[in-house]
Design a protein around this ligand. Structure first.
Ligand SMILES: NC(=O)c1ccc[n+]([C@@H]2O[C@H](COP(=O)([O-])OP(=O)(O)OC[C@H]3O[C@@H](n4cnc5c(N)ncnc54)[C@H](O)[C@@H]3O)[C@@H](O)[C@H]2O)c1
Ligand SMILES: [Zn+2]
Ligand SMILES: [Zn+2]
Length: 361
């Protein structure tokens, strides 16, 4: 059977988001059909709309979602109809060279649904990050469903599906932040503030939030920043050094992903410290650094794909911390909107007013 549901689609580069009838097939082998409850609006959706990820239009947007499994393919055992799930974009294959080395968090062959969702005229849709959850129903690989406690607020825990996990993981997994570390986070949108929260959770004693928008810095304080730096007013590198005894932070996380913020991260870090790039650059960006500085400052320069998370390990752990009051996921849900307000939510991203708009379906 094919299900006809409403979904948020972008047909071509820069075109507005339109609500379309989409056709979602019943799950085949290895697949699960999920009724979406909530889905957050992430900057990566905007990157898709702008054509900055790839040209495989039309896109079915949305990927930070909580839902309820409504049907599974014949061979699926890890989830069943009725299960509350947070969707992930890292359904590990177990077989690629990363998985074979015991590093499934880097899996190079993650699973998505084999069947395509389409528009009514049969045009195949590309689901954002293999999910496509700005829709009443979506079809994913069963491994993209992480079973979670049905009592937790779907809008809050669904954000672990992408941005919040990426930020927390950039700090605790990629950056390996430890008790007593000093950490600076450049860019305090949903991802950056999550990195602030992750650093605080890991026991960092100095957590410096940097943004060009003072409103974002206020939020960062609520989530664990010990200091804030408005980098539109002061030099962030000098200020971070001043706040860390003149040396720079042990770990600096770039949650913007621009050459200038990466350079700030590179120079605001202590000798032998760590830079983590979690913001996603666009294709035309290039970076120039004195090679002698790359050598002389030592340490490690890392990228964080999805916070180097393992959904099966990290989502339930973070939801436990949320339920124990140690991780304030509610603070990330700034507003709850309907599916026809996604375009407005993109506009608000630039106004700095919010961390996450969450679509309730
Ligand atoms: N690596 C991953 O797996 C992953 C996952 C999700 C999102 N992302 C990426 O992370 C980035 C942030 O996502 P988001 O949802 O938090 O976006 P957002 O738009 O909510 O936040 C971006 C923040 O950066 C600030 N900013 C912009 N330019 C700045 C500058 N020059 N200096 C300091 N701050 C600046 C903005 O004021 C804003 O607060 C995006 O590039 C997104 O695509 C990466
Ligand atoms: Zn793999
Ligand atoms: Zn995202």
């Amino acid at each position: 059977m094919v299900h006809k549901v409403k979904g948020a689609v972008v047909r071509s580069k820069g075109a507005p988001v339109t609500l379309e009838t989409i056709l979602v097939p019943d799950p085949g082998p290895g697949e699960a059909l999920v009724d979406i409850l909530t889905c957050g609006v992430c900057h990566t959706d905007l990157h898709y709309k702008q054509g900055a990820i790839n040209d495989d239009f039309p896109f079915l947007l949305g990927h930070e979602a909580t839902g309820v499994v409504s049907a599974v393919g014949p061979d699926v055992t890890q989830v069943a109809p009725g299960d509350r799930v947070v969707l992930n974009w890292r359904a590990v294959c177990g077989e690629c060279r990363a998985c074979a080395k015991g590093q499934p968090q880097y899996c190079f062959n993650t699973h998505n649904a084999a069947q395509k969702m389409t528009l009514e005229d049969g045009t195949e849709l590309t689901a954002a990050l293999g999910i496509g959850a700005f829709a009443e129903k979506t079809l994913v690989a069963a491994g993209q469903c992480t079973k979670v406690d049905p009592d937790a607020d779907p809008a809050a825990v669904g954000l672990l599906g992408c941005g919040v996990m990426a930020g927390i993981g950039a700090a605790i997994n990629t950056g390996n932040v430890k008790r007593g570390d000093s950490v600076a986070v450049i860019g305090c949108g949903g991802v950056g503030v999550a990195a602030v929260a992750g650093a605080a959770l890991a026991g960092a004693t100095t957590v410096i939030a940097v943004d060009i928008d003072p409103k974002k810095l206020e939020r960062a304080k609520d989530l664990g920043a010990t200091h804030t730096v408005d980098s539109s007013a002061v030099d962030p590198v000098e200020t971070i050094r001043e706040l860390t005894g003149g040396f720079g932070a042990d770990v600096v996380i770039d949650a913007v992903g621009r050459p200038e913020t990466y350079k700030q991260a590179f120079y605001a870090r202590d000798l032998a410290g760590t830079v983590v790039l979690v913001g996603v650059p666009s294709p035309e960006m290039t970076l120039e650094l004195p090679l002698l500085d790359v050598f002389g400052r030592g340490g490690s320069l890392k990228s964080s794909w999805y916070g180097d998370c393992l959904p099966s390990r990290d989502f339930p752990m973070l939801i436990d911390l949320y339920r124990q009051g140690k991780l304030d996921l509610d603070a990330f849900v700034t507003e709850r909107i309907t599916i026809d307000q996604i375009e407005e939510a993109f506009d608000k991203m630039h106004s700095g007013a919010l961390l996450r708009s969450v679509v309730e379906l």
